[in-house]
Ligand binder design. Structure first.
Ligand SMILES: Nc1ncnc2c1ncn2[C@@H]1O[C@H](COP(=O)(O)OP(=O)(O)OP(=O)(O)O)[C@@H](O)[C@H]1O
Ligand SMILES: N[C@@H](CCO)C(=O)O
Length: 304
C-alpha cells in the first residue's frame, strides 16, 4: 500500500435524521458542508498536527482522539497501514450537538479522506465498505448514509447495516432553527423507553412510508407524514423549547420536526430561500437561535 503525495480535500454535508417518524432510518443531506484537508507527513515527522477553524475550534481535542482522526485511523487499519505522521485541517460549519449530523460528517469525512490518501484506495475500500465502517463507528446508520451518499436515504441494520437511496422532489428545501445550546445524542437516546405501544409503532410505520412518498413528489402529504410517536415527546425534558416550537408550527399546518436527536427544529418548505413560506418560517425563529434555509444536497461526501 502506498500513500499519495500532497494534500487531499473532502467536503461532507450536514444531515438531518429521523425526519419525524423515521427514527434511526431516514436521513437527508443538506447543503451545508464541513471541509477537511489532510496529508501524510514526510518521513521523520510522526504524530498528528490538527488545526480547526469554525465550529468546535475551542472544544474538540487536537490529538489522536479527534473524531476525524479516529475515523481516519479506522480506515487506514482496514486499508493495511497507518501513516506515521498526519496533518489535518478542518473548516467546520455544521454546528455540533444540534441534531445536524456533525459527528457523522466528521466520521464520513475522516474515512473518505483516509481512502483518498491511499493510492488505489477506492479499489481497496469501495463505498459499501466505507458505509459499513462509518455506520459501525457512529452506531446507527441514519446520518452517515446521507453524509456519504447524499440526498434521502433509508437505512437499517440486520446482521450488517444497509442503506437505499430515494428520490427527492427538487422543490423541497428546509428551514432549520438552531438553538444556542446543544444536546448530545447520547443523552437524547438515554431518554427513550425500551418499549412503545403497538399502536404508536403502527402509526409511525405508516408515516415513515408516507414521508418517502411525500418527499419523492407528493409534498402536500408532508405535514401528515412528519408526525412522530416514537422519540420526540420522550425527549421533551431535554429540549422543552424545541418541542414547544415544533407543536406550535405543526398546529399551523407546517411540516415541522425535531432534527436528528435535537435540539434543532426543522421545517420543510417548497418555495426556496427567498419565498414567502420560508420568510414566514424564519420569522418564527426564537431570539438567540439561528435560522437559515438549506437546500437538499444531492451529493454526499465529495473529494477535491
Ligand atoms: N468536526 C468534528 N470534529 C471533531 N469532533 C466532532 C466534530 N463534529 C462532531 N464532533 C464530536 O461529536 C459531538 C457531537 O455529536 P452528537 O452525535 O452528540 O451530535 P450531532 O452529530 O451534531 O447531532 P445528531 O447526531 O443528532 O445529528 C461533538 O460534541 C464533538 O465531540
Ligand atoms: N436517529 C438518531 C439520530 C441522531 O444521531 C437519534 O434520533 O438518536
Amino acid at each position: 500500500m502506498r500513500f499519495v503525495d500532497g494534500p487531499v480535500r473532502v467536503s461532507v454535508p450536514a444531515t438531518s435524521a429521523n425526519l419525524g417518524p423515521g427514527f434511526d432510518a431516514l436521513g437527508l443531506a443538506l447543503d451545508l458542508r464541513d471541509r477537511l484537508e489532510a496529508e501524510v507527513l514526510p518521513e521523520g515527522r510522526a504524530g498528528v498536527e490538527i488545526t480547526v477553524e469554525g465550529e468546535g475550534e475551542s472544544s474538540v481535542p487536537l490529538d489522536e482522539t479527534h473524531l476525524v482522526v479516529r475515523a481516519m485511523h479506522a480506515a487506514f487499519d482496514l486499508l493495511g497501514a497507518r501513516p506515521a505522521g498526519l496533518r489535518l485541517h478542518c473548516r467546520n460549519v455544521v454546528p455540533h450537538a444540534r441534531g445536524l449530523g456533525s459527528s457523522s460528517a466528521a466520521i464520513v469525512g475522516g474515512v473518505v479522506l483516509a481512502r483518498a490518501l491511499v493510492v488505489d484506495g477506492v479499489a481497496l475500500l469501495d463505498d459499501d465498505a466505507v458505509f459499513a465502517l462509518v455506520a459501525r463507528i457512529e452506531g446507527h446508520p441514519d446520518n452517515v448514509a446521507p453524509a456519504l451518499f447524499g440526498g434521502l436515504t433509508i437505512s437499517g441494520r440486520d446482521d450488517d447495516f444497509w442503506s437505499a437511496s430515494a428520490p427527492v422532489d427538487p422543490r423541497v428545501g428546509v428551514v432549520v432553527l438552531v438553538p444556542p445550546t446543544g444536546l448530545s445524542t447520547e443523552l437524547a437516546r438515554g431518554l427513550l423507553p425500551d418499549r412503545v405501544p403497538h399502536g404508536d409503532a403502527a402509526a409511525n410505520g405508516a408515516r415513515t412510508a408516507l414521508v418517502v412518498a411525500a418527499l419523492a413528489g407528493q409534498p402536500r402529504w408532508l405535514a401528515t407524514a412528519t408526525r412522530d410517536y416514537l422519540h420526540q415527546d420522550y425527549r421533551e425534558p431535554a429540549m422543552p423549547h424545541s418541542l414547544a416550537l415544533v407543536r406550535a408550527l405543526r398546529a399551523d399546518g407546517v411540516a415541522a420536526v425535531v432534527s436528528g436527536a435535537g435540539p434543532t427544529v426543522l421545517a420543510f418548505t417548497l418555495d426556496g430561500p427567498d419565498g414567502e413560506d420560508t420568510r414566514s418560517l424564519l420569522a418564527r425563529c426564537p431570539e438567540g437561535w439561528a435560522g437559515r434555509h438549506l437546500a437538499v444536497s444531492t451529493d454526499g461526501a465529495v473529494v477535491g
